[in-house]
Design a protein around this ligand. Structure first.
Ligand code: ZN
Length: 152
């Protein structure tokens, strides 16, 4: 059994070699949801949990999703920019298996079908990172046969 401490102070335990398939996540009684990440010590909770929030501060989410009775709302800090501390917001409906994810003034990304808020975050992060990846410097696009010279 491995244990970890949630940011709220509660401890939770899980099996390090537990094969959870796609549902690699832990929920704390405080409402935070943790992504389990496979490392040298087995599965451990990632450093950026989903944190529940009472209402969505952004206007762009669809009424259809936010008005569902079982809608869950979270925010998280995206691992790509831990220092910017810009929250990303998630609305997820378990019964509709739909989620919307957005931050700042970006149009929410709609995901369906999606099994959990953690899965919605994973898919949003893959989508976002593939769009936002910085373009390669020009010199790295040179053909492989070209001789490399020191810059300057
Ligand atoms: Zn907690």
């Amino acid at each position: 059994m491995v244990s970890s401490l949630c940011a709220c102070g509660r401890a939770f335990e899980w099996l390090p070699d537990d094969d959870r398939g796609e549902a690699r996540e832990l929920a704390c009684a405080c409402g935070r949801r943790y992504d389990l990440i496979l490392g040298d010590a087995g599965w451990t909770p990632g450093p950026f949990p989903l944190i529940p929030e009472a209402r969505q501060p952004l206007a762009g989410f669809s009424r259809e999703l936010t008005s569902r009775e079982d809608s869950e709302r979270f925010f998280f800090i995206h691992a790509m920019w831990p220092r910017r501390r810009q929250p990303v917001h998630v609305v997820f409906s378990p019964s509709a298996r739909e989620a919307e994810v957005a931050f700042g003034d970006m149009k929410p990304l709609r995901l369906a079908p999606v099994g959990s808020a953690i899965e919605a975050r994973r898919r949003w992060a893959a989508w976002f990172d593939s769009r936002m990846r910085p373009k390669r410097p020009l010199e790295r696009r040179a053909p492989l046969t070209e001789q490399r010279r020191p810059l300057g």
